[in-house]
Design a protein around this ligand. Structure first.
Ligand code: SF4
Ligand code: SF4
Length: 744
């Protein structure tokens, strides 16, 4: 059993140390010259050097909307030679573009304009995780390719004062070079490269890609496609065979046999074709193609560049051209009435149908002819024809009897559906930005969900588990190790007061809530914590899912294993110290409202960023602070959790709402027995035997005692009685048994 030393001096000393460290260590870090600036040198990609102050806007840090107006320098002032060199290497001059488009500077190389340089702050004001818009300067060529990006300003909590992650961010932004400037462009490093600050990295990446698109598009002649549109812009030389193969032209080959079959099908048995066949059944009667002529890939390839251009220029808007041509055979599509005034120059051999609309043609509808048997037929602007819907051309023929009577029949029908390659489609709607990390992180999500299922099973079957002390220890330590190493150090999913504040303040921020969904593991842990908080209390998270809590507990166990002296405050003092975590929470919340820049500093009371997210690779004051807390934890179990943690304080407040109480107690707990009270590593059991749930970490140690019939005195008494009874069956027992005692 741990030795309790209830002297007031050490307690005051340790409390004072805790508060001193919590309050002053982060402040000391703020004057660490190496981490003072957040304006990163664009030339520091490799070295992570910090830009000199003369090259930087004033560096203040606020969370307020006022802060979001910075940096207040003009774009031209921010484009120092170093910045320009970093984002657009060959550029030797810049000039602000004066137009109504997204703010940008034109970039010149040897007098020739080669692209633009822009600021994400000016173009998009995209917010980071802190909800304060960051400023990333990026370059983009006239063709829309990113040439480089550097961050000039940010207030991202998981990047500030973190040289390791800042270096990762610089490398990450450098990897955007060469990417197509549009949201969803593939390539470059994944935001997860900046582990622990993926929301910030993703937001910056998207701002650069989207900003580049906006800057270039506004000034290019690119037509913005908002709905499917026939491609009347692009051209590629294609032969008739190519066009037939890809569906640009519909083709039919009718043999003499096909002709007679069609006549039979029409019931014309004693008739002969009006235009006689030539040759045998397999000889060609007609080879015929049709197509939609407006796309240059079809029309221009069919009629040649000049006639096509001339035609398109002369045609009124909305006029459609239909290409019809007879390639071979004795029959043709024009017919005998084409040149006959008395028949109104009708093309009586073809009709066109779309839906319930039927189009007939006369000679004047032929707006272009290529030789004798290739025509472009015109549909005037009010034709109601939709070129992107299927249509059909029927080729008619005539049969006659020897007596001269004749009948028309359909020789062939050609269905036409303009292939997708001749249609310009609007840019596909990108899946929501928050979905991207969920898709990318499927493996991690699966691991975490598996672990949470296991944890749920542990709590559901806790009674069985708690009856086996060694199994309980094995599972508990195994889970804590997983929490520390995988959740904390590998996946970087340490829940923090920063997350809680962001979630609580989301309704008041001008941000979509989906912005906060871009960290899947944090979202899942948050939801699990919220549900478990309502059901069982704070202990599920603090006792099992907090990586820093796990680190403290595992170190604490090691300390006890090597018999380091343990100290716990008296109950009275402990009750006072418990308020420490509420006080630190209150200070942070107060500062968030009145002085956000100081809140960012006060949040450093949590050593999570240092010990978990940055794995101790951080400024010395931060490392000293986190180490000191862990050292204190060697002598006082989870001292930080119990007395200082603002997140623990917040969860403890909500703990009052929990619905279930699954920790078992006996009437003897507290009077006369105090075993569990002393076994509870965090002293959450009052002298009365009642568990103070807001302080309970659900470690289940007291439940292992509860079921241990060698340590739990009432149970041991029962066990001994039962043993006596079995040894001396004739001796009646004097121990009053309760059903509850017999079925622990
Ligand atoms: S009190 Fe704080 S550090 Fe401790 S387990 Fe809870 S959240 Fe983690
Ligand atoms: S020993 Fe019991 S009361 Fe103490 S923290 Fe663990 S579960 Fe809670």
């Amino acid at each position: 059993m741990m030795k309790a030393v209830n002297t007031i001096q050490p307690s005051i000393l340790i409390c004072a140390s805790l508060f001193f460290l919590a309050t002053f260590a982060p402040l000391l870090a703020q004057i660490n010259p190496e981490e003072e600036e957040f304006y990163q040198s664009p030339t520091s990609t490799e070295s992570n050097e910090i830009m000199s102050e003369d090259a930087s806007p004033p560096a203040t840090s606020e969370r307020s909307s006022e802060a979001s107006k910075r940096p207040d320098q003009s774009l031209l002032d921010r484009l120092t030679p170093e910045v320009i060199a970093a984002v657009f290497a060959r550029v030797d001059a810049v000039e602000i573009v004066v137009d109504d488009g997204p703010s940008a500077a034109a970039a010149f190389a040897s007098g020739e304009m080669v692209g633009y340089i822009f600021s994400t702050l000016d173009v998009l004001r995209a917010p980071g995780y802190s909800s304060i818009p960051f400023d990333v300067i990026a370059g983009v060529t006239l063709e829309g390719t990113i040439t480089g990006a550097v961050v000039l300003f940010h207030q991202e909590p998981y990047l500030l004062n973190d040289s390791r992650r800042t270096a990762q961010l610089i490398t990450f932004l450098t990897s955007l070079e060469g990417l197509e400037g549009r949201l969803g462009a593939e390539g470059g490093l994944k935001p997860s490269f900046v582990a622990g600050a993926t929301i910030s990295a993703r937001a910056m990446r998207n701002a650069v890609l989207e900003g580049a698109r906006m800057v270039v598009r506004y000034r290019s002649e690119e037509i913005i496609i908002t709905e499917p549109t026939v491609d009347t812009i692009n051209f590629k030389p294609l032969s008739t065979q190519d066009l037939v193969r890809d569906g640009g032209l519909a083709y039919v080959h009718i043999t003499n046999q096909d002709l007679f079959d069609a006549m039979k099908k029409a019931g014309l048995f004693n008739f002969l074709p009006q235009i006689p066949v030539s040759g045998g059944p397999g000889n060609t009667y007609i080879e015929f193609v049709i197509g939609y002529a407006n796309p240059p890939k079809i029309g221009r390839n069919g009629m040649g560049q000049e006639p096509y251009n001339k035609l398109m220029n002369e045609m009124a808007d909305g006029t459609e051209g239909v290409f019809v041509a007879t390639l071979h055979g004795v029959y043709d599509h024009r017919g005998t009435k084409f040149n006959n005034l008395s028949n109104q120059f009708r093309l009586d051999r073809i009709t066109m149908t779309q839906g319930d609309r039927i189009y007939d043609f006369v000679k004047s509808d032929v707006i272009f002819s290529l030789g004798q048997l290739a025509d472009i037929l015109m549909l005037p602007p009010d034709n109601e024809f939709d070129p992107m819907e299927p249509w059909r051309v029927d080729l008619h023929a005539f049969a006659q009897k020897p007596d001269g009577s004749s009948k028309a029949f359909i020789l062939a029908g050609l269905d036409y559906d303009l292939p997708k390659k001749y249609i310009l489609m609007p840019e596909p709607t990108r899946s929501a930005a928050w979905l991207e990390p969920w898709k990318e992180g499927q493996r991690d999500i699966a691991i975490l969900c598996g672990a949470l299922l296991l944890l749920t099973a542990i709590f559901i079957f806790q009674d069985k588990l708690n009856k086996k002390r060694s199994l309980h220890r094995l599972i508990r330590n195994g889970f804590l190790t997983f929490t520390l190493i995988w959740i904390g150090w590998i996946a970087g999913a340490q829940l923090s007061i920063v997350h809680l504040i962001n979630y609580l303040s989301a309704p008041f921020q001008n941000l979509s809530f989906t912005f906060y969904l871009t960290e899947p593991l944090i979202v899942i842990i948050s939801i699990y914590t919220a549900v478990s908080l309502i059901l069982l209390g704070r202990g599920v998270f603090c006792g099992w899912l907090c990586p820093f809590g796990a680190l403290q507990e595992l170190l604490g166990q090691a300390a006890r294993a090597i018999h380091l002296p343990q100290w716990n405050p008296s109950q009275k003092l402990q009750s006072s110290l418990w308020y420490g975590k509420y006080a630190s929470l209150a200070v942070i919340l107060f500062l968030v409202v009145v002085d956000p820049s100081s809140a960012a500093i006060a949040e450093e009371v949590e050593p999570f960023k240092t010990a978990i997210t940055a794995i101790f690779i951080r400024g010395l004051p931060y490392v000293l602070y986190a180490t000191a807390l862990l050292v204190i934890g060697l002598f006082t179990e989870r001292a930080f959790c119990r007395f200082l943690c603002p997140l623990g304080g917040a969860l403890a407040i909500f703990d009052r709402l929990h619905l279930l109480d699954r920790l078992k107690r006996r009437p003897e707990c507290g009077s006369p027995c105090h075993l569990c009270e002393h076994s509870c590593p965090v002293r959450a059991i009052e002298k009365t035997g009642k568990i103070k749930m807001a302080e309970c970490f659900q470690c289940l140690d007291c439940q292992v005692e509860y079921y241990d019939d060698h340590r739990c005195p009432p149970l041991a008494k029962i066990r001994k009685s039962l043993e006596r009874m079995s040894a001396h069956p004739s001796v009646p027992t004097l121990v009053p048994l309760k059903s509850q005692d017999l079925k622990p």
